[in-house]
Design a protein. Structure first.
Length: 365
């Protein structure tokens, strides 16, 4: 039994799910459902009487004007058989579709009412390390309060569903209180070939895989499940924090007004830095202005420079807490509103080449 004061914040820790509105063409998950909803009145009374084969044939006929896969058709059948209740979606699968949308800008810009994004050139001196940059002129983020925890925070490293935690309702419901936020952002994807080369270095394996192993042990002691982690998780998370600090110096937004959104699905190593707050007319444009190649090059260099020194060195560089290694409140930690991982798995040595003689840094500029 745990004793706590009645007013303590840890008695009610909110679990907030965040989703970005994306064009249907690049996020086919809901496209099939919306097309079905448009034509549902045509067959809603006869649908329960059809056999499985008849349902497949009829749905293909109704949706013949779209480029739907067999998997999409089967999703549509399950959707209708469940009285149009959406399938449970894990946080990771949602992010996978977001990643597909940002990558879609490699071939064509996104120009929708709630999502406008366009690929921009990678600065020439950074092409070995960065494969893709997208300027997100407008994005709509929806945050919903789905549940809450008591005493302990929800595990931010595993996929979560809306039903996890203690329900905010007495009875089951299919809606949650939420808000919509319009903002801007910059999406950056690291070069996967360079990441594989970096992770194959003996020094990186020795230092960071050992650090990850100790972190896994701490998770087990806290009663959390063991998860799949690689050195790239430390690299990208540290890179995201350094970018936020660099952007905060120039964009007009404070670091608390910017958020990270990390993508590791299917071997990716990408991050979206976006505004945490905004109004119905989006934001001020200070962030997307930095996506211009000449300015982005300076921002990337500044992000790396900011990790070279810390006012708590040498204590910070030596790693006071092995799960955080070379990172502390003076150099890399961000507010809870900006960080997805509660300031875990950060290490300055992944970015700046002067911090170690063991070639631990990913960048060498």
């Amino acid at each position: 039994m745990t004793v706590a004061l009645r007013g303590e914040t840890k008695l009610h820790i909110p679990n907030v799910q965040s989703v970005i509105t994306l064009p249907l063409k690049t996020a086919s998950l809901e496209a099939i459902y919306q097309e079905i909803d448009k034509k549902y009145e045509l067959f809603k009374n006869t649908w329960p009487n059809f056999s499985t084969d008849q349902k497949t044939i009829m749905l293909k006929g109704l949706l013949s004007d779209g480029d739907w896969t067999e998997n999409d058709i089967q999703k549509g059948i399950r959707y209708l058989d469940s009285n149009r209740q959406l399938e449970d979606l894990a946080f990771g699968s949602i992010k996978q579709r977001e990643l597909s949308a940002w990558r879609h800008t490699k071939t064509a810009p996104l120009q929708e009412q709630d999502c406008q994004a366009e690929r921009v050139p990678v600065p020439e001196e950074w092409t070995d390390y960065i494969s893709h940059i997208t300027r997100v002129d407008l994005m709509r983020e929806v945050r919903a309060l789905t549940s809450f925890n008591r005493l302990n925070y929800a595990d931010s490293f595993v996929e979560r569903k809306a039903g996890d935690g203690v329900s905010i309702f007495k009875n089951h419901t299919h809606w949650y209180p939420g808000i919509e936020i319009f903002g801007e952002g910059i999406f950056i994807e690291l070069n996967p070939e360079m990441i594989e080369e970096w992770e194959s270095r003996d020094s990186v394996k020795r230092i960071f895989e050992g650090q990850l192993a100790r972190f896994q042990q701490k998770r087990i002691k806290r009663g959390q499940v063991e998860i799949e982690l690689y050195p790239r998780h430390i690299l990208l998370h540290t890179f995201a924090h350094a970018l936020i600090r660099a952007f905060a110096e120039t964009s007009g937004y404070s670091s608390t007004s910017l958020r990270e959104r990390l993508y590791f699905e299917n071997g990716a190593a990408s991050v979206l830095i976006h505004t945490a707050e905004g109004d119905s007319e989006s934001s001020l444009g200070g962030l997307i202005e930095l996506a211009k190649p000449e300015k982005m090059s300076l921002m990337l260099k500044r992000a790396i420079e900011l990790t070279e020194y810390c006012s708590s060195d040498p204590t910070c560089l030596e790693g006071g807490q092995d799960r955080k290694a070379a990172a502390c409140h003076c150099c890399l930690f961000l507010s809870e509103t900006s960080c997805e991982w509660n300031n875990e798995l950060l290490d300055r040595r992944t970015l700046h080449p002067k911090l170690s003689d063991d070639h631990l840094a990913f960048f060498d500029i």
